[in-house]
Write a protein that binds this ligand. Structure first.
Ligand code: TXA
Ligand code: MG
Length: 341
């Protein structure tokens, strides 16, 4: 049975119920500013195991541990570099995750067998209160079945997990819509492992140049460091094709592709960034990368529900949140990208 807790604003009595579930080793899905998380006590092996089972997640794909104050980091990480302090001061709570050397108290199941741990402090009052009231660090991957788009509303979580987990907190739609930025601080200089809700440029403005893992732009090289990258993510049932380049050329190409697929009798969906297309379904994601990020996963889920065979997606510039958007789009496309010069 799944209890759905409806929350607009902050209602401590209700969060206390969910916090008790966490302490009892049960699963609670909750909103963050990025996407919904599927949470459990990060230090309880049995509880964390349930997350992997519920999601169908490969056991070597590590989880992010969520904390509510900086001091909790000392319980999880065995050493904390200066950059972590500087970046946390500037961006926490917020969509930035650090990878740090782990303490023995963090079970290996939580870190997918790695000797590092990923930690972040989410900028969402419900999430922060849940962590505080449960008095536990909370391990939480995105609350989707492995391989599905991340959930940006409680409805998405209900679609994937109703009847399979103890509790879902409905806190409305998430603000950012793509997951947190993951930064490996065990390396010098630090390395971006996953672009996300905090743009790379903003991090570099504070700590200077950082390296970017090749998987960020779709090159699969050093798998060991970015275990999340080897799995097909955000994979809708339809085939996704990303078309990027000059706006007018992209438009022309998509119009042409729609006609081609229609001739073959296929149902076509388009994800545009401002424009309209005569496709079977056309979803306008928005005019800037913030809007596109917010609407992206919801659109992928909607197009799946519509039963389209092909999804044609207009690319965006890989700047600001655009880097995260393109990373997710390319992954959904299994790296089928048409680049027009
Ligand atoms: O915004 C977010 O980060 C959301 C919300 C719920 O906080 N969570 C999320 O978790 O996206 P998940 O599990 O879907 O993605 C975690 C990513 C994966 O790519 C994983 O491989 C990486 O973080 N990760 C976790 N621990 C790591 C570690 N020790 N070393 C390298 N990568 C790690
Ligand atoms: Mg995920």
């Amino acid at each position: 049975m799944t209890i759905i807790i409806n929350m607009r604003g902050i209602q401590y009595k209700k969060i206390k119920i969910a916090a008790r579930f966490i302490r009892e080793g049960k699963l609670v899905a909750f909103p963050t500013e990025t996407v919904y998380g599927l949470g459990a006590d990060a230090l309880n092996e049995k509880a964390v195991k349930k997350i992997f089972q519920a999601k169908g997640r490969p056991p070597d794909n590590p989880l992010i541990v969520h904390i509510a104050n900086f001091e909790q980091l000392y319980d999880l990480a065995s050493s904390i570099p200066k950059e972590a302090e500087i970046l946390a001061k500037k961006f926490w709570p917020g969509p930035l995750t650090f990878v740090l050397p782990k303490k023995d108290s963090v079970p290996l199941i939580t870190t997918g067998g790695l000797d590092t741990v990923a930690v972040r402090m989410p900028a969402n009052e419900i999430a922060l209160s849940l962590i505080k009231l449960s008095e536990r660090p909370i391990a939480a991957p995105s609350a989707n079945i492995s391989g599905k788009p991340s959930p940006t509303s409680a409805e998405h979580v209900i679609d994937d997990f109703y009847g399979k987990i103890e509790c879902i907190i409905d806190g409305g739609e998430t603000k950012i819509g793509v997951e947190s930025t993951v930064l490996d601080l065990t390396l010098k200089p630090p390395m971006l492992l996953r672009p996300g809700g905090l743009p790379l440029e903003e991090i570099e403005r504070v700590i200077g140049r950082i390296r970017v893992h090749p998987s960020v732009k779709g090159h699969i090289v050093d798998i060991a460091r970015a275990p999340g990258m080897k799995y097909r993510h955000y994979a809708p049932d339809a085939q996704v094709i990303v078309i990027e380049g000059r706006k007018d050329k992209v438009h022309e190409k998509i119009v042409e592709l729609i006609q081609d697929y229609h001739r073959k009798g296929l149902k076509v969906g388009v994800m545009s960034t401002g424009g309209f297309y005569e496709a079977d379904v056309c979803i306008d994601l928005g005019r800037n990368s913030e809007e596109v990020a917010r609407n992206l996963f919801k659109a992928l889920r909607e197009l799946d529900k519509e039963g389209v065979d092909v999804i044609l997606a207009e690319g965006v510039e890989e700047r600001g949140l655009g880097l995260a958007v393109m990373n997710r789009l390319k992954k959904a496309a299994g790296h089928r990208t048409i680049i027009l010069k």
